[in-house]
Design a protein around this ligand. Structure first.
Ligand code: SF4
Length: 418
């Protein structure tokens, strides 16, 4: 029998701001002030890659700085394109990871998201755990800043279930070696009690984040994907501090109140989607375009990459466990399995892939993941091209037209007209 479908129409959408956003703004302000004053206070500024145990930085009373996170900030403040061009002017390719390219612009031009550049690093720490770009990028910065650099080697692992004891033991040894090098570079003795305290705070922040993440399964889903991405800042940069724990308690309570009162962030939720993978920092409003059609993102894996439980009674062992088994290291089959589980738990209708041109590391596998979800779960998907940081080459009209076609297809599947 033939079915006739009306074209879905967009309804202007205005997101309700989280009350916790004010607390997040304050945390941001405090962090950037501390970063700016770190050297005067005798605190080492430690530039660190994502998926490197930030807990070691706080254990040494350092101030961590994540160039990736900062490049995202530059992008949302619309200065990333210029900084990327400055990196290109020094010979780096536009096809390079835009986090790296933007950081090279910051490094050579000595300017940043708010005009002034971030303070130079006293120490650089990287790991190969998340991406092979990191150590090369850090080496280039080491040549420029001429400060000590520590590379924590991480063996290739597929997921937490298959993490071999020898891999964990190797990474524990690497972490302990990093501690020795940090003692030399900071001229401070390592304090195990301090590490346990930091690990405990980091674990509490992760536990709260996991609670919030689980509540996104509620119908309607209580929190937007923009809020999820925005609220990640403490989990990335302040994990291991009391400020992060207090913030996530407030956020958890607010999200819980929304769930208890059946308040969704989309007033009339019609479709529930998965977002894969990177945010699109220069145009976060794109996520609201889905909301105009009643489509809500209810889960993603990126947001959870920075979470992970730790055990203060076994700081090194649990750090190795967490950082070797975080999902981004999983092969496409592993990620597809995670999504399959979530698709059921979160009542998902489809998946959206942001094919991030500058990150081959995590886009190469997206077609595989999409195929597995389609074949094994019948889950439809759409994909669009962009760059998480650099707005060049992103075509908003074309992407929106793809979204409309996708929503039309979802409409026909979920609400067929007789
Ligand atoms: S994983 Fe992708 S986005 Fe992250 S540093 Fe590597 S290339 Fe860049």
């Amino acid at each position: 029998m033939e079915t006739k479908q009306d074209k879905p129409t967009a309804t202007p959408f205005k997101a309700v701001r989280l009350a916790a956003s004010a607390a997040l703004g304050t945390l941001n302000e405090i962090y950037y002030k501390e970063l700016a004053n770190a050297k005067q206070q005798g605190k080492p500024v430690i530039w660190i890659t994502s998926m490197t145990p930030i807990e070691l930085v706080y254990a040494f009373d350092g101030i961590p700085f994540f160039p990736e996170n900062y490049a995202a900030l530059c992008s949302s403040r619309k200065v990333a394109e210029d900084l990327c061009k400055a990196g290109e002017a020094r010979g780096y390719s536009q096809d390079l990871c835009a986090y790296a390219l933007c950081t090279f612009g910051i490094m050579f031009e000595k300017r940043g998201a708010f005009g002034e550049p971030p303070p130079d690093p006293d120490i650089l720490i990287a790991t190969e755990g998340a991406c092979a770009t990191h150590p090369k990028w850090w080496e280039a910065m080491q040549r420029f800043y001429k400060c000590p650099m520590i590379i924590i080697d991480a063996p290739y692992t597929v997921d937490s279930e298959t993490l071999a004891p020898r891999q964990k033991a190797y990474n524990v040894a690497e972490l302990k070696e990093a501690v020795k090098l940090l003692e030399q570079a900071t001229r401070k003795p390592f304090n195990m009690d301090k590490l346990r305290e930091v690990v405990s705070l980091s674990d509490q922040a992760s536990e709260l984040w996991d609670e919030i993440d689980a509540m996104r399964a509620a119908i309607p889903t209580p929190i937007s994907q923009i809020d999820v991405f925005t609220c990640l800042f403490p989990l990335v940069t302040l994990k291991g501090t009391k400020g992060a724990v207090d913030f996530y308690k407030q956020l958890r309570d607010e999200v819980k109140a929304r769930v208890d009162n059946k308040v969704g962030f989309v007033p009339n939720e019609r479709f529930r989607l998965i977002w894969d993978l990177f945010p699109i920092y220069h145009n976060m409003r794109l996520l609201n375009y889905f909301a105009e059609f009643g489509a809500a993102f209810v889960t993603d894996l990126y947001g959870n990459a920075f979470s992970g439980r730790l055990d203060p009674s076994d700081p090194f062992g649990s750090l190795a466990n967490r950082y070797l088994s975080f999902f981004m290291r999983a092969a496409s089959r592993g990620k597809a399995e995670l999504y399959k589980k979530r698709a059921k738990q979160y009542h998902v209708d489809g998946i959206v892939f942001h094919s991030n041109r500058c990150c081959r590391n995590f886009t190469a596998e997206q077609p595989d993941i999409g195929a597995i979800l389609r074949e094994e779960l019948g889950l439809p998907s759409m994909s669009f091209e962009g760059n998480m940081v650099d707005p060049r080459g992103y075509d908003d009209a074309q992407v929106k037209s793809k979204i409309e076609t996708f929503i039309e297809m979802l409409e026909a599947r979920k609400y067929p007209k007789k």
